[in-house]
Design a protein around this ligand. Structure first.
Ligand SMILES: Cc1cc2nc3c(=O)[nH]c(=O)nc-3n(C[C@H](O)[C@H](O)[C@H](O)COP(=O)(O)OP(=O)(O)OC[C@H]3O[C@@H](n4cnc5c(N)ncnc54)[C@H](O)[C@@H]3O)c2cc1C
Ligand code: SF4
Ligand code: SF4
Length: 1022
């Protein structure tokens, strides 16, 4: 046994953070200055930057000294050396999606995600790849697809988790029963020790130098502790606590290497950044499964589902890849969601209390069908005949996996201070005891006045469960009591307390409980041997804090919200909840001094889904900058810090908030894609209002905001105003005064436009009596700048036999065009909420009589029409806004609805066949409201039309955003992410885009004329 940890090292472990924080200014100043002068990396030491990196997906918050974003791997050891000189701890970080506080610490956070994310070498024959630590799993797998390979540790956070972070936590995927954990799939690691020594960790037999010495040191410890390892080490696949001392005396269900040899890289896996800084990882790849089948087993009781898991895992002879649980609560949540209900119904037989998703994968479907038959037979033998829904085709399987993921997301969106808290959510127990364990733990929750929803990895005895606790009140105390009782169960059933998400701040104190004092001491010796300076993430794994130390919690005892007067109504979030029934109190009763705004902001639990790059809209500004600041999470954290006084006085209207919000394009991508529904677009309106109310409005703000009011007059001077687009010097002058880029063309004014045209449909009285009535709300943009769209919509609706009335202001019939109504969007975009309210009220009042008669109100511009279903409801306009919102729909939504009701047979007969391919780009607000399928459906009314949806995020124009000089580059980068390349790639296609901004961006960026769907339909009318 190694000598105990030297006294100095123990002391420094406990005091390291304290010492640094006491001398914060001096240390931080030196650190920032040296990092800036000795590297090219990004040095982020502002209060908001530090705040944004103080949290991860855990309940903890510890402010770092600063943040360093190295531009290359070579800059990492330089930063480490500077930290060494100054005695500053180092906290390595990937996507920051850890659930236990692994990436929070009062040192220098080194963020690997922006630049250190390359694939260094792929060897398809050997099925290996060497990667830098900042690469995201999905990005790696996308690059491997062409080789028919993948890295199979498929964590649920695959779209944002990095390989460095996955190795740090010894992460595990849904298919670990087939592929093992991270430790089973890492072949080698290059790393730096805290003293600057580069090490190469791989096969122990072939190791040399420092790596060899480390191996021998750990080997000696393991051999000395053999009896301890045998007595205390959990014998399950899913044990991730502590260091992997058992590499020298395997205790895992699945040996770490195929041949039983020792790989020293496995010592670093799961070490949570405490032993060495990873430079690169060599990974074992697997063949992409060519075929999969899914059996969904329906159980009348949760207990039976848990009990059956031990038998199911014996099926498949290596082809079983997953057994995942969805419980009744999750089923109900999915059934309540219109998007998921049809899918989950396909998986249900009757009213099961739980279902298990049993997946087999192999070379072809035919070879998997016998596995499915065996599953059916097994269920019959277990007394559950006819309980399996057999899904052989890919599409239904894929849909069901999506629902399984989304169920958790819906669960996390519970409003109020009680939240599902992650702290015992990955205990792993042997399958034979899974039923008893889950049953007894459910009783524990009941005793403590809460409940948990169960889901995930039944195949390996790791079921996720998060009891609902209020961490601002008695949550910490209850957390400890539940943890103590849960740990007793884990011990009773010989399981692992930490089975997937690591130790961090939350489970470190349970290491000694799990392994006993001698193994714990051995962990300390390993730490001392590799990091004698205690620089790397001190107080993690060795000398950890108490899990319920509220001084290191995000909503600890210091947390308070500053009272503010909000411009929008946020009271829907201002509620409390019942942890057992999950019922929420009435809006406005939650006790939020910020009138619900703080609680809306606090919905962000830092899970990091907004860092994804795959389908969906969220978050375009992150996708082009890769900056935490320009990420939905970064923004929500900045707002939380400002609202709780952690960024100083009046921070909500201060520069740090303004900067964080600057590149938010208000696309509403997060409103839909964020698991907890963080609606940053609405928050941008609120913060812009708060900022501008204090600092004043610019000429550009006024020019854009008041456009709907002066458009009718401006149209009279169209030739003069259009000179701006033809005379470059005039564009320059305009740029100087307005901040709108001279490089952009402005929309063209027309003296003849929709609003002063003669034929505008039937009268108000007529439409109220008509058999097929419809009311058109024509917005400023389609009315003045692109009248052809409004005319086209009218033509199509008339061709379909509708009596069309154009909504307008009452009593102004003789004026030149000021009768047009406006939703207030231009005012909202610039934070002029009072003006927006005035406009929206006028619109709502004008539309109310039609809405009350349930006449559809149809609009063309997504951002304008959908304002009626979104912001107009939080402007204090009362019930009228609700009534109108229920009838407000986009043209395509209306046509799709009418088509379903067989009202468009006449129109369909009048449509010519399509002659060109059709590309469709969705406006972000269309996507946010889930109304892209109606556009596809309506285009499909045209014979021969096969519309292709471009997988794109925001086009980057976003109202006036892309016109502004300061945003031009970012705007174009957003467009270049996918939209413009897709448009260029199909030169002969008609491009359909319903958003006026989108059409401009496509014109400016790809020199192509995109058209509104109304135009497309109109052009195909015979
Ligand atoms: C909703 C949700 C679902 C999740 N599902 C799963 C799941 O299915 N399976 C699972 O295992 N986990 C899951 N997690 C936890 C988490 O996503 C994973 O552990 C993930 O692998 C962490 O990756 P990251 O890039 O965010 O790492 P981070 O959180 O940034 O870091 C993780 C650890 O690695 C260390 N580290 C990072 N980079 C380096 C480096 N270069 N050198 C040394 N150390 C480094 C950090 O210091 C830290 O200790 C989930 C989390 C959430 C919020
Ligand atoms: S904004 Fe939403 S997606 Fe992003 S971290 Fe917060 S909760 Fe997750
Ligand atoms: S509104 Fe769009 S740009 Fe703004 S945070 Fe949400 S996803 Fe990102």
């Amino acid at each position: 046994m190694n000598a105990p940890l030297p006294k100095e090292a123990t002391e420094s472990a406990a005091n390291m953070y304290e010492r640094v924080s006491q001398n914060f200014n001096e240390v931080a100043g030196k650190l920032a200055s040296r990092l800036s002068s000795e590297t090219q990396g990004e040095v982020l030491f502002g209060a908001a930057d530090r705040g944004r990196y103080a949290t991860d997906a855990s309940i903890y918050q510890v402010k770092p000294v600063g943040v360093f974003v190295p531009r290359s791997a070579q800059e990492v050891p330089i930063a480490m050396a500077i930290c060494r000189d100054l005695g500053v701890p180092i906290v390595p970080r990937g996507g920051g999606t850890s659930q236990c506080g692994q990436t929070t610490g009062a040192g220098l956070v080194i963020d690997h995600t922006k630049y250190i994310r390359n694939v260094l070498e792929v060897d398809p024959d050997q099925r290996t790849v060497e990667v830098e630590p900042g690469i995201v799993l999905d990005h790696l797998n996308a690059s491997l697809k062409k080789h028919g390979l993948w890295f199979p540790v498929d964590v649920s956070t695959s779209a944002q988790a990095t390989l460095g972070g996955m190795a740090g936590n010894n992460s595990c995927g849904s298919r670990s029963i087939a592929y093992g954990n991270m430790v089973h799939n890492v072949l080698g690691a290059k790393a730096w020790l805290s003293d600057g020594t580069p090490i190469q960790m791989g096969s122990f037999d072939q190791s040399t130098g420092r790596a060899k010495a480390i191996g021998e040191f750990v080997q000696k410890l393991a051999l000395q502790l053999k009896p301890e390892l045998e007595a205390h080490w959990p014998k399950v696949l899913r044990r991730v606590a502590g260091y992997n001392l058992d590499i020298f005396h395997n205790q895992n269900e699945k040996p770490y290497t195929g041949d039983g040899s020792v790989n020293l890289a496995h010592l670093l896996v799961g070490s949570e950044g405490t032993l060495a800084m990873t430079q690169s990882l060599t990974l074992q790849l697997s063949e992409l499964p060519r075929a999969k089948v899914l059996g969904v087993v329906n159980f009348p009781s949760f207990y039976q589902a848990m009990d059956a898991a031990q038998h199911i895992v014996k099926l498949g002879q290596g082809r079983l890849t997953a057994v995942e649980l969805v419980d009744r609560t999750m089923i109900d949540l999915s059934l309540q969601n219109p998007a998921f209900a049809p899918t989950i119904r396909t998986a249900l037989i009757g009213q099961p209390e739980a279902v298990l998703l049993v997946e087999f994968a192999g070379a072809d479907k035919a070879s998997l069908l016998p596995d499915m038959r065996q599953l059916v037979e097994l269920m019959g033998d277990l007394g559950l005949p006819n309980s399996v829904v057999e899904m052989v085709d890919e599409a239904p399987q894929k849909n069901l996996w999506e629902v399984r993921k989304a169920g958790l997301n819906i669960m996390m969106s519970l409003k109020g201070d009680g939240k599902p808290v992650s702290f015992i959510e990955d205990c792993a127990v042997p399958l034979a005891h899974l039923a008893e364990y889950t049953d007894e733990l459910t009783q524990v929750f009941k005793r403590h006045g809460t409940k948990g929803t169960w889901y995930a990895h039944a195949s390996v005895g790791t079921l996720h469960v998060r009891p609902i606790l209020d961490m601002r009140r008695d949550g910490a105390k209850r957390m400890r009591r539940i943890a103590e009782e849960a740990s007793a169960l884990v011990r009773k059933y010989k399981g692992a307390y930490s089975g997937e998400h690591g130790d961090g701040l939350c489970r470190g104190e349970w290491i000694e409980w799990q392994f006993g004092p001698q193994i714990t001491q051995a962990f300390a010796s390993i730490k001392q041997h590799l990091d004698p300076l205690n620089l790397l993430s001190p107080q993690r794994i060795v000398n950890p804090p108490k899990m319920d130390d509220t001084s290191i919690m995000r909503f600890g005892n210091q947390y308070q919200v500053i009272p503010i007067q909000t411009a929008l109504d946020w009271q829907l979030w201002n509620v409390q909840n019942d942890p057992v029934t999950e019922q929420t109190t009435e809006p406005g009763t939650g006790g939020d001094p910020a009138q619900g705004f703080a609680k809306a902001v606090e919905m962000c639990n830092n899970n990091g889904t907004c860092r994804k790059f795959d389908a969906g809209t969220m978050c375009p500004s992150y996708r082009v900058t890769r900056d935490e600041q320009h990420l939905t999470r970064g923004r929500a954290n900045t707002l939380r810090l400002a609202l709780s006084g952690q960024l100083g006085q009046d921070a909500l209207s201060g520069e740090e908030v303004q900067q964080a919000m600057d590149l938010c394009v208000g696309c509403k991508g997060c409103k839909r894609d964020c698991p907890t529904g963080v609606d940053m677009a609405r928050m941008k309106i609120e913060t812009t209002h708060q900022y501008k109310s204090k600092h004043g409005f610019t000429l550009k703000d006024r020019l854009i905001s008041h456009l709907p009011r002066y458009a009718h007059l401006a149209a009279l001077f169209s030739s003069l105003l259009n000179l701006r687009n033809s005379l470059p010097w005039l564009a320059q002058v305009a740029e100087k005064f307005t901040g709108l880029s001279a490089k952009r063309s402005w929309p063209t004014w027309h003296s003849d436009h929709f609003f002063n045209a003669e034929t505008q449909g039937v009268t108000r009285e007529h439409v109220l009596q008509a058999a097929k009535p419809v009311v058109m709300f024509v917005d400023t943009f389609n009315g003045y700048f692109e009248s052809e769209n409004a005319f086209a919509a009218m033509r199509v609706l008339k061709a379909a036999g509708y009596s069309v009335h154009v909504a307008s202001k009452e009593g102004l019939r003789n004026e030149t065009g000021s009768r047009h109504l406006c939703c207030g969007r231009t005012y909202l975009a610039n934070g002029m909420v009072d003006m927006a309210r005035e406009q929206a009220r006028e619109l709502v009042n004008a539309l109310l009589p039609f809405a009350e008669k349930k006449i559809a109100i149809v609009g063309l511009e997504p951002s304008c029409l959908l304002t009626l279903r979104d912001e107009a409801l939080v402007l204090g306009l009362g019930d009228a806004a609700q009534v109108v919102s229920q009838q407000a729909m986009l043209l395509e939504e209306f046509l799709a609805r009418e088509n379903k009701n067989k009202q468009l047979e006449g129109l369909k007969e009048k449509l010519n066949a399509a002659k060109h391919p059709i590309l469709l780009h969705g406006h972000c607000h269309q996507k946010a409201f889930g109304v892209m399928s109606p556009v596809m459906e309506v285009i499909g009314l045209i014979p021969n039309a096969k519309p292709e949806l471009i997988e794109s995020s925001c086009c980057g124009m976003a109202g006036s955003f892309g016109y502004e000089t300061s945003h031009l580059d970012v705007s174009m980068q957003m467009a270049e992410l996918s939209l413009l390349p897709a448009v260029r790639a199909k030169a002969d296609a008609i491009v359909v885009a319903d958003g006026t901004s989108c059409r401009h961006q496509i014109k400016d960026g790809a020199s192509r004329d995109a058209i509104h769907v109304a135009q497309l339909l109109s052009q195909h009318l015979m």
